[in-house]
Design a binder for this molecule. Structure first.
Ligand code: CTP
Ligand code: CA
Ligand code: CA
Length: 660
């Protein structure tokens, strides 16, 4: 069973005099294995409502109907729902926001200040852009509490499969959990199939009316009626929805947060579902409603179809309407966009997505960054920021268990931007010694020294420090055993060589070319057999962890759309409003974005694309294509086929994230 597609539109199979389910015992068994190709699969996406705003409301004890926005320097980065009812959003300038909603509470985010060993909420922070650096720690902390609550509410693994997708969202694969409940409730499913034939159809579910409680149910199209008997795919969604309701209730009652959720047969549909009705609601997209639900969307709204690929498809077929694309045959799609992409596209517009829920929650790297406007011009100034970065990163390392040696990073990297060029320097963190703030700062200063020695250090427009290559401590449990060790050795060889070679690259050098260089290196290559290479490859760059959720929190590219929590790349206050009035239209989001945010916004898309790609390539996760076996790609470029979401070449403004 390679896809669930036939189950979207086909009418129930009638077998003999007694109607049977269209699903088989085989499908039921696939459900118990959380198989991504199971047509009974149940996936949920949970997203916190106006997350940073809720964090501040709960921290400050603000009444739930009080409009509140979270401020960063002279911009808003989160707006709660009461404030949204006044027409406020993240792109509104503060004076305008105050005019529209005079009773608005604006709370500035916490900041780091040099010399402090902790971030703090400060009354003067909005005026301290030149001395402070934003900290998202308070939100990370809340994010962790919520994640822990979700995990606590669900039964333990293997029934529990949770993927943290960003600071305020998770995916759950509920298949196995639902399967166990299904067998309890319907013991007739538990027995062996008739004639021991797994391809036998399941009995029809009892014809009771399904009670969807207060869930939003996505409508069916006009050719369908609700009289069609429910089948097991409806029942599993109902059970999934009950589980999600319990999770949301626990978050609400114990932690006070509201969130919205989507329940559907895959990640793509679940994510679209969670955004369908906000705040504080959950939406079920039953299989029978998938196509109708999608028909409301332009296909350019779908993940990976917002960018160049989407444009290409629009111009090839003269439409951006998903429904119209449905009439295009698979062969025609392949002819226009290539075999792999065509096959992928054919499935996606039919609501298909076989990507896995990846329970990895471990951090791969941490980054602390600051953009300077005006640029900085001296070692003194730069070292002041290095101290702040180190304090920020060290505090997060402590949370990560570095003191107990549970996990530790292996490398430290400094990225330096001058003019259009980003240079990066890397040093290994000496093993066998405890990592502390002082030693990290020394490493960071050494790296800065290397940049300065090379010349062209000033004026500097952006500095960032990252640690990466996290590994479990000596006492830690290394699940992957020898394979990982070999990969790690390879990594050490790699970083040692980079150092020997006086490793210093402009951002251009960090793309596919470098990766090939690594692959070509016989010292590295001998650690890998051909088939092993993909997984370990991705970990090669110590700081490639732009893709990890936790790392996203650090710089969170996703948050740079309206303003940038850790990259304060903003003009002076007086210029700001004027510049905010100038907008450009982002085709990917179908939104107007202030012109000054353009570079960051594109960085964000870039980082998101990487994140998506990374997920698809980690472990056994497959890219969201029906025939995932046909595409093996290196993370940045490499394959000859066109890749969804991104052309081969980075777009303007993407460079600065390409330094890994
Ligand atoms: N965020 C940000 N800048 C952005 C997007 C998001 O700073 N361009 C922050 C917001 O402050 C937000 C959190 O990241 O609280 C999560 O983002 P998102 O889920 O997109 O938005 P929410 O504010 O949570 O709103 P919604 O209820 O629509 O999910
Ligand atoms: Ca949210
Ligand atoms: Ca979100």
């Amino acid at each position: 069973m390679s896809s669930s597609q036939p189950f979207i539109t086909s009418s129930p199979i009638v077998a003999g005099p007694r109607r049977k389910s269209k699903f088989t015992f085989k499908h039921l068994s696939l459900l118990s294995q959380s198989s991504t190709s199971c047509p009974l699969r149940v996936v949920a996406h949970i997203d916190l409502d106006a997350f940073y705003a809720q964090c501040e409301m709960i921290r400050l004890g603000v009444a739930e109907d009080q409009p509140l926005a979270v401020q960063q320097w002279q911009g808003l980065i989160a707006v709660n729902y009461p404030a949204r009812s006044f027409g406020l959003n993240r792109f509104i300038a503060i004076p305008e926001a105050k005019k529209l909603c005079p009773q608005l509470i604006m709370q500035h985010v916490a900041t780091w200040r040099e010399g402090d060993d902790k971030w703090a909420y400060r009354p003067d922070s909005s005026k301290s852009i030149n001395t402070d650096k934003v900290s998202l720690d308070p939100y990370r902390l809340q994010s962790r509490r919520i994640l822990a609550m979700i995990k606590e509410t669900l039964p333990p693994a293997p029934l529990q499969k949770v993927e943290k997708a960003s600071i305020d969202e998770v995916f759950l694969d509920l298949s196995e959990h639902v399967h166990s409940i299904l067998l309890e409730r319907y013991p007739e499913l538990a027995g062996p199939p008739p004639y021991d034939d797994p391809l036998e159809n399941l009995p029809q579910p009892p014809s009771t009316v399904l009670d969807w409680k207060a869930d939003a149910l996505v409508d069916l199209d006009s050719s369908q009626t609700e009289d069609d008997d429910p089948d097991w795919d409806d029942i599993v969604m109902l059970i999934g929805s009950e589980i999600v309701r319990d999770v949301r209730k626990a978050i609400r009652e114990k932690l006070k947060y509201t969130c919205s959720a989507g329940i559907a047969r895959n990640k793509m549909m679940a994510k679209l579902g969670s955004g369908y009705k906000k705040p504080n609601s959950q939406t079920v997209v039953r299989n029978r409603a998938v196509q109708h639900f999608l028909s409301d969307f332009k296909f350019t709204k779908i993940r990976n179809l917002g960018g160049k690929l989407g444009e290409q498809v629009v111009s090839a077929f003269g439409t951006d309407q998903l429904t119209e694309l449905l009439t295009v045959s698979l062969d025609q799609l392949k002819a226009k966009v290539g075999d792999d992409t065509g096959t992928w596209l054919y499935g996606v517009i039919r609501g298909e997505d076989t990507s896995e829920i990846n329970p990895r929650t471990q951090i791969k790297s941490m980054l602390s960054a600051k953009s300077f406007r005006p640029s900085i011009n001296s070692t003194d100034q730069a070292e002041k920021w290095l101290r702040i970065f180190v304090a920020d990163i060290y505090a997060r390392l402590v949370e990560e268990g570095v003191v107990e040696n549970k996990r530790r990073p292996k490398t430290v990297n400094l990225h330096h931007r001058q003019g259009g060029q980003t240079r990066s320097k890397q040093l290994p963190i000496p093993s066998g010694r405890r990592i502390d703030e002082g030693s990290l700062l020394d490493l960071a200063k050494t790296l800065l020294g290397q940049v300065i020695v090379d010349g062209r250090a000033w004026p500097c427009a952006n500095l960032s420090l990252s640690v990466g290559g996290f590994e479990d401590g000596v006492t830690g449990n290394r699940g992957i055993g020898g394979f990982l060790v070999r990969g790690d050795e390879a990594k050490t060889v790699n970083s040692a060589q980079r150092l020997q070679n006086g490793h210093d690259s402009t951002d251009e050098e960090f793309g596919p070319r470098k990766r090939r260089k690594v692959a070509d290196d016989p010292n590295i290559r001998r650690f890998f057999s051909k088939s092993e290479s993909t997984g370990e490859y991705e970990d090669f760059d110590a700081d490639s962890g732009f893709q990890t959720p936790e790392h996203n929190d650090a710089t969170d590219p996703g948050h740079q759309q309206s303003s940038k929590p850790e990259q304060d790349d903003r003009p002076k206050e007086q210029e700001l409003h004027q510049q905010q009035l100038e907008t450009y239209f982002c085709k990917a989001c179908q939104k107007s974005i202030p012109r000054i945010e353009e570079a960051e916004h594109q960085d964000w898309h870039f980082a998101k694309d990487l994140e998506n790609e990374d997920r698809h390539q980690t472990g056994s996760d497959t890219i969201a294509r029906p025939n995932s076996h046909s595409v093996v790609r290196s993370k940045r470029g490499g394959s000859g086929t066109m890749r969804p979401g991104r052309g081969g070449k980075p777009q303007t403004g993407q460079k600065k994230l390409a330094f890994s």
